[in-house]
Design a protein around this ligand. Structure first.
Ligand SMILES: *Cc1c(COP(=O)(O)O)cnc(C)c1O
Length: 401
């Protein structure tokens, strides 16, 4: 069968508009399309391919598990899931783990747990969820409602209720909403989709203090910021604030779908048998791959490497900006990097992405004003330099019109 981009429009639901080229192979931070053209990958499958494409250790883990056991359901437990949960609890604040298949599902579990915990301990009144404008938590109806972009949640009928949005990095806006009827505050400890916005330490610490004052749970959505992305295993570790619940996905599977919700034992107690579940959650294939990712990423040398590579990215981006003057700011943490466009190029991040693709570089945007990079955490220096040479050509193309 001839597989072409045209076929997409004939057989796929039209909710995506993928690039014209179709990738067929990846190795490390390089990807090849159907024509054999080679791309440098600064997108990392949207912060998912934490160890690049087809990392030998992940391929080996998947092959090994694929010859043992694929699926059981949660009527049975399995060794990879228990090993991964043990490693996660040893390395983080968490004492209990719930496995899901995606970031949205991990967040859905976090939100349902917060509501049930509040009901168990305080009663029906305590159901308010506070989240933030521009926040992103996934596309299920609950998570998209908690997310801070009405454009994503409007048009689907009545929404889950008692969800309010404060302003990120504005503690007063949280104070104005929070009360003893707040059951949880959900936030990204580094806003990703919303434009790569870092919180100030004072803000995060202030939110934590408000949660403690009102017996509300603090939920960190680390679906994008977690598993080494910021140069810490989880971003909360660099902020000096420990959440009550944390969601992780994306980089955790390195390309194999998995999500997890982490929490303390006293909170997890509200997820009694039968309260929540998932057919595939804790799937042995997913957990075997994620265990290998976790072993490799939970290593100080690798995490320090993320910070070093981030320095190189910034140096190269600053040099490009000195020449072409297109960015007002280069921001983010570790290898989650946002280049905010200056006034002259406002609203044109897509043009930069398209020009990059033309120059054989895979990149991302975070809204209309930010070009985003979320490459492999182990991208080699030469790939960073080659990708940046291509990005410079892309920038020149946009600047020259
Ligand atoms: C990507 C993302 C999600 C959603 O994850 P899915 O796996 O697409 O469901 C949730 N929260 C954040 C912060 C994300 O970046």
């Amino acid at each position: 069968m001839q597989v072409t981009r045209e076929l997409f429009d004939e057989v796929m639901a039209p909710n995506y508009n993928p690039a014209a080229m179709i990738p067929v192979k990846g190795q490390g931070s390089r990807v090849w399309d159907q024509n054999g053209d080679e791309y440098v990958d600064f997108a990392g499958g949207i912060a998912v391919n934490s160890l690049g494409h087809c990392h030998p250790a992940l391929v080996a883990a998947l092959k090994e598990q694929s010859e043992k056991l694929w699926h059981l359901s949660n009527v049975f437990t399995n060794e990879p899931a228990l090993r991964l949960a043990k490693k996660i609890t040893d390395a983080t604040f968490a004492e209990r783990v719930y496995f899901a298949n995606s970031g949205a599902e991990a967040n859905e579990a976090a939100l349902k747990l917060a509501r049930r915990w509040a009901l168990d301990h305080y009663g029906e009144e305590k159901s308010q969820i506070i989240a933030f404008k521009q926040g992103f938590h996934g596309r299920t109806f609950f998570t998209v409602t908690v997310g801070g972009q009405a454009a994503y949640s409007d048009g689907f009928g009545p929404k889950p209720g008692n969800v309010d949005h404060a302003i990120y990095n504005d503690l007063e806006s949280v104070k104005a909403l929070i009360s003893d009827n707040t059951c949880a505050v959900m936030m990204e400890p580094l806003q990703g989709e919303g434009g790569i916005i870092s919180p100030t330490k004072e803000f995060v610490q202030g939110v934590k203090a408000l949660c403690e004052q009102h017996n509300a749970l603090l939920i960190f959505d680390e679906v994008q910021s977690g598993v080494g992305r910021t140069g810490e295993l989880y971003a909360y570790m660099g902020l000096g604030v420990t959440p009550d619940i944390l969601s992780t996905a994306k980089a955790l599977g390195g390309g194999f779908p998995i999500g997890a919700m982490l929490t303390r034992a006293d909170i997890a107690a509200s997820l009694k048998v039968g309260t929540h579940g998932s057919t595939y959650g804790g799937n042995p294939l997913a957990c075997a791959v994620a265990e290998t990712v976790f072993d490799i990423v939970n290593d100080r040398a690798l995490l320090d490497g993320v910070k070093q590579k981030a320095e190189l990215f910034r140096a190269e981006l600053n040099a490009i900006n000195e020449k072409y003057n297109v960015f007002s700011e280069i921001r983010g943490e570790g290898l989650l990097i946002g280049c905010a466009l200056n006034e002259k190029y406002e609203g044109r991040s897509r043009d930069f992405l398209n020009a990059s693709t033309d120059m054989k570089l895979m990149s991302l945007v975070a809204g209309a004003n930010v070009v985003r990079f979320a490459p492999s955490l182990i991208i080699p220096e030469e790939d960073i330099k080659e990708g940046m040479a291509r990005f410079e050509k892309a920038v020149a193309k946009v600047v020259q019109g």
